[in-house]
Design a protein around this ligand. Structure first.
Ligand SMILES: Nc1nc2c(ncn2[C@@H]2O[C@H](COP(=O)(O)OP(=O)(O)O)[C@@H](O)[C@H]2O)c(=O)[nH]1
Ligand SMILES: [Mg+2]
Length: 287
């Protein structure tokens, strides 16, 4: 049974505190943060406890979530202006795959040609990571700038941006090394990466994305918050949305730090990336 059907069963014809607690548990069980679960159950309590109409309850929950479900659209690219997409996130969330998927989508939409893009493999901590992006670059026929193992990621980023300018590229997609958001030293390195990028492109030509694994529960809130304290994060990308998680990370993160959502990852193929859409997401979340 879906979230709303469950709530309705409990809300029907009662005002008991016990049932409110159960509604909150259901909201928590659907992946929402405790503070969001609390505000939604409060909204239900104010309006509809005692009422049993499915549509009324659905509307209340939807209206409470709606302002926290915010789509983000990529900035338009200008010819002859270098633009950078910088992807961040903890290990294994889906950064490298998402770099490839974004490039695939942009080329397919004819937003930009493959020749005008460059991948930057700045995850020099693991040889396999550079290798992984190289495989995508070959498969998609997109140029790649690679660091060597153990090289300072900032140096790799610097060199890749110089290279991009020389080669008259329009878009550089930077795959960063997976960072534990709790490791201060590693996070400082990311901040250095950011400063290097800013030396090459104007502030409006840099977009930063935190990639989260949609199945990681409430951990994603702190991940997004921590990255967002280093420098402004423009949007999140919720990878592995196909993995059975509810997508609760999306309103949770927006509530915690006002980061909207650009894309959903929906599988392992290049085509498995969707622009994030509010109403469609709410339909799925509440079904
Ligand atoms: N099912 C599914 N798997 C994904 C998705 N995005 C990434 N993956 C897989 O998750 C694993 C880790 O992804 P990777 O891009 O290497 O993560 P990174 O460590 O953040 O760079 C790989 O096996 C990917 O194929 C997604 O949206 N759905
Ligand atoms: Mg990676």
């Amino acid at each position: 049974m879906g979230l709303i059907s469950n709530i309705i069963t409990f809300v029907k014809g009662t005002e008991s505190k016990k049932n409110i607690a159960e509604v909150e548990d259901m909201l928590l069980g659907s992946g929402l943060s405790p503070s969001l679960a609390f505000s939604i159950s409060k909204a239900l309590q104010r309006s509809f406890i005692g009422a049993s109409k499915r549509d009324d309850i659905l509307r209340t929950v939807r209206e409470t979530l709606q302002p926290l479900v915010v789509p983000y659209t990529l900035q338009p690219l200008q010819p002859d202006t270098l633009h950078v997409l910088f992807l961040l996130g903890v290990n294994g969330v889906g950064k490298t795959s998402t770099v490839a998927k974004i490039a695939y989508m942009l080329a397919k939409n004819k937003t930009i040609t493959k020749q005008s893009m460059l991948f930057c493999a700045s995850d020099t901590f693991r040889t396999a990571a550079v290798e992984q992006l190289s495989v995508h670059a070959d498969a998609l026929d997109i140029d790649i700038y690679k660091g060597t193992r153990g090289q300072d990621p900032s140096a790799v980023i610097y060199a890749s941006l110089e290279h991009a300018k020389k080669e008259k590229k329009t878009l550089v997609l930077i795959d960063s090394a997976g960072r534990m958001n709790t490791r201060k030293d590693l996070m400082q390195q990311l901040e250095k990466n950011y400063r290097i990028i800013q030396k090459h492109v104007k502030v409006e030509e840099l977009e930063t994305f935190v990639v989260v694994d949609g199945n990681s529960g409430l951990n994603t809130i702190n991940q997004a918050k921590d990255f967002n304290t280093l420098f402004p994060v423009h949007a999140m990308i919720c990878a592995k949305y196909d993995g059975g998680g509810s997508g609760g990370a999306i309103p949770n993160i927006y509530e915690a730090c006002s980061i909207p959502c650009a894309f959903l990852g929906t599988g392992e193929g290049y085509q498995d990336l969707m622009a994030f859409e509010r109403e469609r997401f709410l339909d799925e979340f509440l079904s």
